[in-house]
Ligand binder design. Sequence first.
Ligand code: UDP
Length: 336
Amino acid sequence: MTQTPRVLVTGGAGFIGSHLVDRLVADGHEVVVIDSLAVGREKNLTQSLRTGKCSFHRADIRDREAIASLFEGVHTVYHLAALADIVPSIEKPEEYFTSNVDGTFNVVEAARASRVKRLVYAASSSCYGIPEKYPTPEDAPIRPQYPYALTKYLGERIALHWGSVYAISTVSLRFFNVYGPRARTSGTYGAVFGVFLAQKLAGKNFTVVGDGNQTRDFTFVTDIVEGILSAAKSDVRDEILNLGSGGTYSINELCQLLGGTIEHIPKRPGEPDCTFADTTKAQRLIGWKPQTSFQRGVQIMLEHIEDWRDAPLWDAQTIASATKSWFDRLGESATV
Ligand code: UDP
């Protein structure tokens, strides 16, 4: 093994993936990126592609033939490619299943065929659903509330199973509410930062869900990247680790830091009042500790606010129609 072996990042043109690629390139790796551009954007890779150390391959992980040969000579696979967002996962569960479950199967099979040594799976804290315990440890009950959460969890099971059966040293990292520059600004109604930053740019109200006292473990993207790299470098295998910020922050607090006026919209079914990772396992096993305070992270977002100039602008009405299927399908079964 050379000191900086060839690595592969699925979803490398996406939000978290592209930050990871930038860092891997800076560390001297040759980086193979696979991305279908369903969610990612080639623009996110501008910096890395310029170095000549990064190759971009537009391919869908659902198509094993298209991706298999790219795994040759790869030491470590970072599997971040997935469809995200709740509402489309409720409306198009098959797409989520084929991308996040079958796609993961294709990735681990390609890794196995090419004798990849190390695999890091990007998992989601959404598998905990509405947890009973805060901070939430990795052995908390699994309660996916919608297809996105279930498919990411099934992908995790596949990755860990392949890891143990086929001797691919595998670790799964459950990310909590990741935010940072390049957070997606796609057409779908999604992560709160993109919604609020576009609203701030337009001088509109922040659409606060419920009373805004719900809290999220907002984790800054560079801390997540550091966690991914620490995990990959460690000899930890067959393990699941939470990656969170070490705190939990209310939506009202976020609005205060961003500065602006608010209006309230209805609480969403199946949504936890709090997400808060117990990160003691990550600290113990890979020596990782997040470094970016929430205040600092929000400040960085404000410094990059122009990036959201083209982002869709949501208001109470358009959110109500965009989330109708969420309320219709989950309203009765999941509201607590
Ligand atoms: N949120 C909000 N207004 C919005 C979108 C989200 O107040 O227009 C809140 C939401 O209630 C949640 C937090 O922001 O508490 C994070 O929401 P997001 O959809 O980003 O992540 P998730 O709910 O999946 O953790």
